[in-house]
Design a binder for this molecule. Sequence first.
Ligand code: GLA
Length: 739
Amino acid sequence: MGIVFHERTKEFHLYNQDISYILGILENGQPGQIYYGKRIHDSDSFQHLIEYGIKDMAPCAFEGNRMFSMEYLRQEYPSYGRGDMRYPAYELHQADGSRVSEFIYDGYSIFNGKKRLFGLPAVYVEAEDEAETLEIFLKENVTGTKLTLSYTIFRDFPVICRNALFRQEGKEPVVLKNAMSLCLDLPDADYEMVTLTGAWARERYIKIHPLHEGVQAVYSMRGHSSHQFNPFFALKRHETTEHTGEIIGMSLIYSGNFIGQVNVDTFGVARAMAGIHPEGFAWTLRKGECFQTPEAVCVYSQDGLNGMSQVFHKLYRKRLARGKWRDKVRPVVINSWEAVFMDFTENKILEIAETAKDLGVEMMVLDDGWFGKRDDDTSSLGDWYPNRDKLPGGIKGLAQKIENLGMRFGLWIEPEMISKDSDLYRKHPEWLIRVPYRQMCHGRNQYVLDFSKDEVVEGIGNMIISVLKDAEVSYIKWDMNRSISEAFSQNCEPEAQGKLFHKYVLGVYRLYERLETEFPDILFESCASGGARFDPGMLYYAPQCWTSDNTDAIERIRIQYGTSVVYPLSSMGCHVSAVPNHQTFRNTPLKTRADVAYFGCFGYEMDLNTLHEEEKREIREQIAFYKTYRSLIAEGKFYRLLSPFEGDEAAWMVVSEDNRVILAAYYRMRQPSNAPYKRLRLKGLEAGARYSIEGREGSYYGDELMYTGMVISDYACGIRPDPTRQGDYQSRLFILKML
Ligand code: GLA
């Protein structure tokens, strides 16, 4: 790994064993993009890779040099108004109304390690030699604004992290109307864009479409990262598959409004950008003030989508998630939500906990409905004190009783929200985000607190802290159930309005930081109506996230498959729930429900006391099974094998780091009639090693299992003695061990 600076040509080459990233200073002083991809040899000069030609009859060329126009140059952080007519990476509005600016090279710094980003989540290093960072300093000569573009390359990951930092040093204030975290001009547009899109209860479906001239984007303007689009996209070659081929993945470590955009010009250059969504964003910078963009992470792989995902998984598991729970096995939980919703008493919760304990569950999580006078969604958000009618001994009493059973206790909160029917609203109506004298939208009868204000974050934090200080709470599920509408900070000057969305997110991060500093032993799980804030920003604070409100096993195959494109299994909350399923009304076998939920942070979300003895026996076995394999599931290398988006079946597998243990799963959504033969080609085994398959005679070479495949044909074809059960919604697990 290293960063080389070529003085004569003013070129920087960042490289490790897998990748090279090369940029140079163009003749007008702006940084130009030269190359990003597979590692190449260093050279004194890469000037020949800076292609440009004047393609118009009358281009916007620089005075004194009619051959130099920004329109035809590939850049690192393009400006608005100096001849480039494509989308800019930032916009700087000035006191006289001008929006034209250009940042000119003013030096650089190279150092070992990586800086933390103030107030924002980011990938980190544990030792200085894990990464090297290049900072390029630029200056806007008219406004006096400084800009630092930062690039970190990792020793052990094919990863570049980027961010931008603005600092106003001129006398007059400027207003940043846009400030991307990343801009990458690629020399061709022969890519397909991979995105994760969806809606409530069907989050993160994989969508792939070819790039075309013009603009294509994923985005959120909802205040959180959203069910609809994840802050991620990848550009893959047409021939790239799950297992082979070139792909560049871009992921934004941020939990609020974002845009991920590719702008293809008519000369085939693809400009990829990621950052905070400019809609509604206006950040005034006075002398001495800074604006730090979130961090964007680029992963380059030649090993297909799986190759890219495996890099994201390890990086996010080991160098984004933090705290005591980062490397610890996660408890098997029972969550009260789909068991009792808000209709419970202390006894009811204890009865569920007792049965759960007996079956091997380690944590009882009390979901929504424990505070104020909350019995339905019309009241009490903001009143973070226990409902004594339901819980006579408060949270303290219940937690103590759960601990006495030999289990840990977890609690649901939704700190960013407020109900109109609450003591908090009666006391602080000005704490809501709303435009006074306009009607406001509610979402599930609730309203959003103005987390851009310190006193709100502080006040809510105090209430939550007093609950947590009083009781033995080991786990927090932090929910966020609606988007932000009527975005307006009450009683603030106009300038504050353009800062609202970003400051809101900073407020959320600050409260997480405060709670985690105060309670470092608590395991945090983030949540937003299921998976509406399943993003890398949240992962920095909460190592796991509730993947979706849809707990139907068949839907979950798709949701978890898509989520795994970026996020590790250790980050996905996955529970077995009752049938018929609450969201889809589908009946699936208990085995299939567990076979899907194993591939994440496992738990149950049902009233266990309504089950037959036979089902309880099965659950006891499931929990024992999960406990045996949970480290492998959390830490192993994950491969997607068969896509549920392409047919009626799906498969995936996890291989331990030393390639010795494999857990593979095959799911069949619909029973085919007179099924064809079927083999599963495994991945990541050692070709020359022999593996046993649990339940089968003999052993098999790794190469046979990878290239010929593991025969899993149906009994219908008379092949195997242990076939997939007949009918729809079936699954099979395979455990392989190296001999
Ligand atoms: C959201 C969450 C659920 C549950 C409910 C409680 O929908 O995603 O898991 O906590 O809120 O109101």
